[in-house]
Design a protein around this ligand. Sequence first.
Ligand code: NAP
Length: 297
Amino acid sequence: MNSKHQYVELNDGHFIPRLGFGTYKPQEVPNSKTIEATKIAIEAGFRHIDCAYAYQVEEEVGLAIRSKIADGTVKREDIFYTSKLWSTFHRPELVQSCLEKSLKKLNFDYVDLYLIHSPMELKAMEKCKDAGLAKSIGVSNFNRRQLEMILNKPGLKYKPVCNQVECHVYHNQRKLLDFCKSKNIVLVAYGALGTQRDKQWVDQSSPVLLDDPVLGALAKKHKRSPALIALRYQLQRGVVVLAQSFKENEIKENIQVFDFELTAEDMKDLDDLNRNYRYLAAEFGADHPNYPFADEY
Ligand code: NAP
């Protein structure tokens, strides 16, 4: 394990790098961009790559990772790769086949972490861990009630190691974070930079997170960018954070998140920005009984 990277121990004994590279891309962006950006990210020092069956770029991400393995930059075991089970594969007998489809596209033997993309049953996921196809299993977009449902399930074999949720200074998930910490579940933040403003999912009139004046003032104070302040905030509250970009300068900048520290007062100013604002509310699913965002947290 490369000591330059900071890791958090998961409740099953595996380690997750505290900074991850996000690979979701809007439809209009060509897939070749993903190959290029993922290679740049690995060269810049990212070791945690977040992807999903639904992003439809696992072939490209796999290609990029394997090319960085082939040229000696990394070994497979240096990379922490996350994939996610998509909602059309929730029937227990389909779970492993979705993971196997991802593995085939990636040309990998295993993923490091397999997440349920949105609230569902965990039993078939446990089987993927037992089969060695996923080192760790976790969840995404679960609220407290849904996490408790899983944790209280009779015969639960493996606790989810993490809950990957939208988390940034406008929605800092304080209560969910405290709950996850109390259960030894790592909170992984997506959209930490205000999400990609993909027309398909994000209201184009929503506030631009990185233009926030408090982030701007702290950036000036620390001689860093607002993006680095937003990422650093998450690390200092014990959150594993994902950062997406297709731009080489941004990717290289984001890895510098380990090079400086915010004060307690800075952290308080950032906490005060919270307004429980979601960029990705997935309102089309609001009528579904498992819609996770209707509860307070
Ligand atoms: P994000 O990480 O919040 O990034 C948003 C945008 O920030 C980027 O598109 C980039 O835009 C800009 N940016 C990045 N670095 C910057 C820098 N140093 N300076 C200025 N701007 C910078 O976006 P996200 O893709 O929504 O979330 C990250 C990852 O989380 C995804 O890629 C995906 O892997 C995961 N995710 C998971 C779920 C889930 O349901 N589990 C949902 C959403 C996302 P520009 O390139 O235009 O500058």
